[in-house]
Design a binder for this molecule. Structure first.
Ligand code: UD1
Length: 336
């Protein structure tokens, strides 16, 4: 049976780490990426890490004829769909573009898969579908909601996949709800390096450490949390990537769909993250307390037990690994 996997958005942050873990697990991998939020040199870097040639098509998943060509040229067994937009604030400015990229992009991929007779997909979802949960740690059964267009797109994609699986038993979906991905590959060759000013905490801290940004703005210290700053469930991107390998394996072995949290089950505050990063880089990082960011919640961390039961997934790497690998990546990258 074919072991070739299509990775949409495979040159991006989580996609590139998943490429490495899939290759290590013995899969062949084909990437499609439009490089709208990925660096051009990622395929070359993946070749250094894996020691093999990377097959990468440049283009958009909305381009059905390109997808048809890829399915015709490769014997693809399943797809992992990362290609999407993910900035909450931006989604409130250009909601239609988010719906086109995230919802229409998924439908375009599913239609091409169906034309090619491929019915197995791992989908990148987010803990954003839980909104502001009533109880913690949040389980997969918690009610879902949205409060911004980005969250709407993730919830709509999840519900679309559920309806398709319910009514067309050929499909098998792995819906993976990511908590907060952090860290970088152990080689320091790939990691997160947004082109613009980062929205997310860890890439922002890393750019304060390199001196590219002056200081971290801590969005609120008056939340009902131990130190007053927001608490999140940070998960090492390599652990997250391995979760995709396990999800694919479960889908291909059993044909049964699953929806699971990918987190560690532990929450850390903004100041915990800052201190851990200071330990990793070896010097103090300037910060200031700013007002709360609109739309932020105080605290969220996931119950990881279903992922362990269904996939055998358990995060292995802790906060210090996340910060040390991030610093290794960003400090090298700045020097190259
Ligand atoms: C954010 C999104 C979430 C999305 C995820 C994708 C919001 C409200 N939520 O998650 O829906 O799935 O990104 O990556 O945008 N922080 C600072 N200073 C900063 C940046 C962040 O103090 O410069 C704080 C935040 O207030 C929060 C924590 O750090 O308490 C984590 O923030 P972030 O990395 O943006 O992730 P989320 O808000 O959890």
């Amino acid at each position: 049976m074919s072991k070739t996997i299509l990775l949409t958005g495979g040159a991006g942050f989580i996609g590139s780490h998943t490429y490495v873990e899939l290759m290590a697990a013995g899969y062949e991998v084909v990437i499609i990426d439009d490089f709208s939020n990925a660096h051009r040199d990622v395929p070359d870097r993946l070749e250094v890490i894996t020691g093999g040639k990377v097959t990468c098509y440049e283009g958009d998943v909305l381009d059905g004829s390109l997808l048809d060509r890829i399915f015709a040229e490769h014997d693809i067994a399943a797809a992992v769909h990362f290609a999407a937009r993910k900035a909450v604030g931006e989604s409130t400015e250009i909601p239609l573009e988010y719906m086109q990229a995230n919802i229409a992009g998924l439908y375009s991929l599913l239609a091409a898969m169906k034309r090619a007779g491929v019915f197995t997909l791992v989908f990148s979802s987010s803990c954003t579908v839980y909104g502001d949960p009533d109880s913690l740690p949040v389980t997969e059964e918690a009610p879902r909601s949205f409060s911004h267009p980005y969250g709407f797109t993730k919830l709509t994609c999840e519900q679309s996949l559920e309806q398709i699986a319910l009514h067309d038993p050929r499909w098998a979906f792995g819906i993976l709800r990511y908590f907060n991905p952090a860290g970088a590959h152990a080689t320091g060759l790939i990691g997160e390096d947004p082109n613009d000013i980062p929205n997310n905490l860890m890439p922002y801290i890393s750019k304060v450490a390199t001196g590219e940004l002056e200081r971290l703005g801590v969005f609120g210290n008056d939340y009902p949390t131990p130190d007053g700053t927001g608490v999140r469930d940070y998960i090492h991107v390599t652990d997250l990537a391995q979760g995709h390998v396990l999800s694919l394996k479960a889908l291909l072995d059993s044909g049964d769909s699953h929806t699971v949290n990918l987190g560690t089950g532990r929450g850390y505050s903004v100041l915990d993250m800052l201190q851990a990063y200071e330990r990793a880089c070896g010097f103090d990082l300037p910060h200031e307390i700013l007002p709360r960011r609109p739309g932020d919640i105080a605290e969220v961390y996931g119950d990881p037990s279903k992922a362990q039961d269904v996939l055998g997934f358990r995060a292995q790497l802790g906060l210090d690994d996340m910060c040390a690998s991030s610093w290794n990546w960003i400090s090298r990258r700045k020097n190259t």
